[in-house]
Design a protein around this ligand. Structure first.
Ligand code: NAD
Length: 462
């Protein structure tokens, strides 16, 4: 007897629906063709997550961590291949960092007051389904980091990832759902689209079942989310200056700054994007950068060629973002040895390669006459993003003045910028730094709402 394939297909579909597995045309879990469907599926999954114990949530999170470590190299290679940006070795480290250092349910805490009039608790409750828009610079890192924190808070999440990194982002979404199901949780704790667009993001921003939006990206997306009329967490652009003052260990500063600047080809928003050095140490700093840290000192003519290559009338040339220094130099016809990892030059703060957030290992150095002048120039260069700033100094008064004046979500002292992500520094990891809306480094608790629960005149057992 011939088997009717359409009957089998409809039976499989029905079974999948009943056991809450939704397979997309791509064969990946949690990936939909329509934003409304994705939100509906995430809503159903959230109804299950809401009833889970914290232990159950944590079991799924542990599985996500394990799978992220197992797939770190695949995700890293996929990210570089798909976007053409970044460095595989560094991306592997970023995935390990996200797996090991993103806070889980331990971040969900309760405040209690007990006394003569009874007991009051303030607990962190879920928002429900969170809408998250993610960048192409750290695509799967951001998806995994957001998903861990949001799930720990009892939420599910629908992503509208950057179209240029959709394969990598959706691989991570599928992996997260596999982790959930393997630990007895529902499918669709994280959802995404086969083809995210501006239209699908607009649907998400207006949808009645999305109470919280999280945007990680440039100024356009943060402004869009903050104009949506919903609660928005905005993790926007930065242009972090690294100030080097007269008291710094200049040799170490050169090493730290170049390490931070070249990490993943300068893609992280926190990475050193330019240096402001006081005149008395500026030449020494450049000397160490060139002789010990693999920096290429670009001539005026080469700077002009770089400007013409990496910048276009519409902004950044996307073909240059996240490329390594040798590739960028190759684009202007300069061939350099394999140890070259950063392009440096001295220039005024208004120099286009200094004032712009380039996200490539091109590091302009601005000379300042003294600390006051350096401070003024660094403030100007940060452009009021209040995102990240770094300083190399042994003078506590200078560090304090810098920290107060720059007023950024992140300030790293005497270390590479990535120390702020818990990589060689204390503290947890995140890839969503809510600079613009003030939450700072986001974690599970950021994705919860505070709820007060009061019992009057009883349950105080003192
Ligand atoms: P991008 O702004 O081009 O894109 C980010 C996301 O927003 C993508 O999903 C994109 O499709 C979407 N998007 C862009 N404009 C939009 C709009 N008007 N409406 C709706 N969606 C929109 O950024 P990118 O190139 O992917 O990432 C680099 C930028 O993101 C840099 O400026 C960097 O500093 C910033 N960034 C910030 C953080 C942070 O934690 N603060 C983290 C990573 C990247």
């Amino acid at each position: 007897m011939a088997i009717d394939e359409s009957v089998i297909s409809s039976i499989v579909k029905e079974v999948m629906t009943r056991i809450n597995l939704t397979e997309a045309p791509s064969g990946q879990f949690g990936i939909f063709t329509d934003m409304n469907e994705a939100i509906e599926a995430a809503k159903k999954a959230q109804a299950v997550v809401r009833t889970m114990s914290m232990d159950q949530r944590e079991k799924i999170i542990s599985k996500i961590r394990r799978k992220t470590i197992e797939n770190a190299e695949i995700l890293a290679r996929m990210g570089v291949e798909e976007t053409g940006m970044g460095n595989v070795g560094h991306k592997i480290l970023k995935h390990r960092l996200v797996a090991e250092n993103t806070p889980g349910t331990e971040d969900i805490t309760t405040v209690a007051w007990s006394g003569d009039r009874g007991l009051t608790l303030v607990e962190m409750g879920p928002f429900g389904v969170i809408g998250s828009i993610t960048p192409c610079t750290n695509p799967s890192e951001t998806v995994i980091c957001n998903a861990i924190g949001m799930l720990a808070g009892g939420n599910t999440v629908v992503f509208n990832p950057h179209p240029a990194a959709i394969k990598t982002s959706n691989f991570a979404v599928n992996m997260i759902n596999e982790a959930s199901m393997e630990e007895g949780g529902p499918c669709n704790i994280a959802c995404s689209l086969v083809k995210p667009t501006m239209d699908s993001s607009a649907v998400m921003m207006k949808h009645k079942d999305i109470p919280l939006l999280v945007a990680t990206g440039g100024p356009g997306v943060v402004t869009a989310v903050l104009s949506s009329g919903k609660r928005g967490i905005g993790a926007g652009a930065g242009n972090p200056p690294a100030l080097v003052d007269a008291t710094a260990d200049v040799r170490k500063a050169a090493e730290d700054i170049v390490n931070g600047c070249t990490f993943d080809n300068n893609l992280p928003c926190i990475a050193e994007k330019e240096v402001v050095a006081v005149s008395s140490v500026c030449d020494e700093l450049i000397h160490y950068m060139v002789t010990e840290q693999g920096c290429y000192l670009a001539s005026k003519e080469e700077q002009d060629k770089l400007i013409a290559t990496v910048l276009t009338p519409k902004g950044l040339n996307r073909k240059c973002v996240g490329r390594d220094a040798r590739t960028l130099l190759g684009m202007i016809g300069v061939s350099v040895p394999s140890n070259i990892r950063c392009i440096i030059f001295e220039g005024e703060k208004e120099h286009p390669l200094i004032a712009e957030e380039l996200m490539m290992p091109i590091l302009g150095i601005v000379r300042a006459k003294d600390f006051d002048d350096a401070l003024e120039k660094a403030i100007w260069l940060e452009h009021g993003n209040r995102h990240s700033a770094h300083i190399h100094s042994k003078n506590i008064d200078n560090i304090t003045r810098y920290a107060k004046a720059l007023d950024t979500a992140i300030l790293v002292k005497n270390a590479p910028s990535y120390a702020a992500l818990g990589f060689g520094g204390e503290g947890f990891c995140t890839f969503t730094i809510a600079s613009r809306t003030g939450e700072g480094l986001t974690s599970a608790s950021t994705f919860t709402k505070r709820r007060r629960c009061t019992m009057a005149e009883s349950l105080c057992i003192r």
